[in-house]
Design a protein around this ligand. Structure first.
Ligand code: PMP
Length: 389
């Protein structure tokens, strides 16, 4: 029997063996010529993956929360107004981070599983001048997808910069940073980027950099201060050695491999693959009679699925049974409904085979929890959706 589980949570995800083997290559000096080349190419490839030729990429050792911290500490000064388009737990977190750096935060919320509409956001933008609007592209706690393109166009009409938390979206969901006029986008390595946890990735466009450069007060976070990092990133791109704080050498070697794979697949093909796999997964879940947290299909992410448990089903017992079948899923995250739903991640190197295996494990676990089910119904619906679409 293979001693391996299938990791189907919304990050970290299953990683490609070539990426994992790059992690195990001998660690070089962070100023060695071969590493400088790897770092430089990774920065250049980030521009292509974010579809942002005019962006300044940053690669930092840290998780997605550090990337959010970096956005907050560099762009916000005491008293600045920020509008958070809130779709769940990670939007709440962004608000807390921005408040920590002195912002006056207005949260625009919607009922659970919904997303603030353009008209509501416009009402808020009319009332006050916001320096920034933050958008969580996919909130991993709800599986809700925001319409980043329209929200960004609207925010710019009112003179606000746009910051996108793309931790659960970049390299999975369609995301066109320059074309959609996003000023700052951030992600982390462990999701659709396809590299084990440990890298915070950001791309800043000229307006974000100009805002940083015209600050009147010092950046409050020492490690995340772009003043420390900009010259380092520029040096690496110019193939010159530089040091501020030791980069995560092996993770960056793995990043280079993963970004190369992503670009080989091509961004449009990658977006399409995520959409197809997501639709198949959701067709399977629906065929099993389970509803989902997002209130409408167009609100639902392509990188994950958030099904509700059937009534009276014990979630912890169900998840343990799925794991017995060799598939690991995530429980709920949003505190108010934590025990009412579970989460399936399908991004990065995921295949339709992974989703079918997951659905089979879900069916079996539902059956053994006493939920009336005909085995194969979910797998069949997903297969038909995928192969006939
Ligand atoms: N934003 C979103 C949308 C996320 O999904 C996550 C992680 N699940 C984060 C931010 C925070 O990232 P990390 O856990 O890597 O700090």
């Amino acid at each position: 029997m293979k001693n391996r589980n299938l990791l189907m949570i919304p990050g970290p995800v299953e990683f490609d063996p070539e990426v994992l083997s790059a992690l195990g290559s001998p660690t070089t000096s962070h100023v060695a010529a071969n590493f400088i080349e790897i770092f430089a190419q990774s920065l250049e490839q980030m521009r292509e993956v974010f579809l942002c030729p005019d962006g300044q990429p940053f690669i930092l050792a840290g998780s997605g929360t550090l990337a959010m911290d970096s956005a907050g500490t560099n762009l916000v000064e005491q008293g600045d107004r920020v509008l958070v388009v809130n779709t769940g737990y990670f939007s709440d977190r962004f608000g807390q981070i921005l408040e920590r750096y002195g912002a006056r935060v207005t949260q625009i919320t919607s009922p659970l599983g919904g997303r603030p509409g353009l008209d509501e956001v416009e009402q808020a933008l009319k009332i006050a001048d916001y320096k920034l609007v933050t958008i969580t592209h996919v909130d991993t706690s709800t599986g809700v997808l925001n319409d980043v393109r329209s929200l960004a166009a609207l925010s710019h009409r009112y003179g606000s910069m746009v910051v996108v938390d793309g931790v659960c979206s970049v390299a999975g969901e369609e995301f066109r940073m320059a074309e959609w006029n996003i000023d700052l986008a951030l992600t982390a390595s462990q999701k659709a980027i396809g590299v084990p946890p440990g890298l915070a990735l950001l791309v800043a466009r000229p307006q974000a950099l100009a805002t940083f450069r015209s600050r009147k007060s010092p950046v409050m976070n020492y490690y995340a201060d772009w003043g420390n990092w900009l010259s380092i990133m520029e040096s690496y791109i110019e193939r010159r050695p530089a040091y501020f704080a030791t980069p995560a050498v092996n993770l960056i070697a793995a990043l280079k491999v993963s970004l190369t794979q992503i670009l080989k697949e091509g961004m449009p093909a990658r977006f399409k693959r995520h959409q197809k796999i997501s639709q198949a997964c959701k067709a399977g879940i629906t065929a099993l009679g389970l509803s989902q947290i997002p209130l409408k299909p167009e609100y639902a992410a392509n990188t994950m699925t958030a099904p509700r448990y059937p009534k009276r089903l014990a979630g912890a017992d169900f998840l343990a049974k799925v794991q017995n079948e060799g598939v690991i899923l995530a429980g709920g995250l949003l505190p108010s409904i934590r025990t009412e739903y579970f989460r399936i991640g399908h991004m990065g190197a995921v295949t339709i085979g992974d989703v079918l295996t997951t659905l089979a494990a879900i069916e079996n676990a539902l059956g053994s929890c006493g939920y009336p089910i005909e085995l194969g119904v979910g797998v069949s619906a997903a297969t038909k959706n995928y192969y006939s679409a």
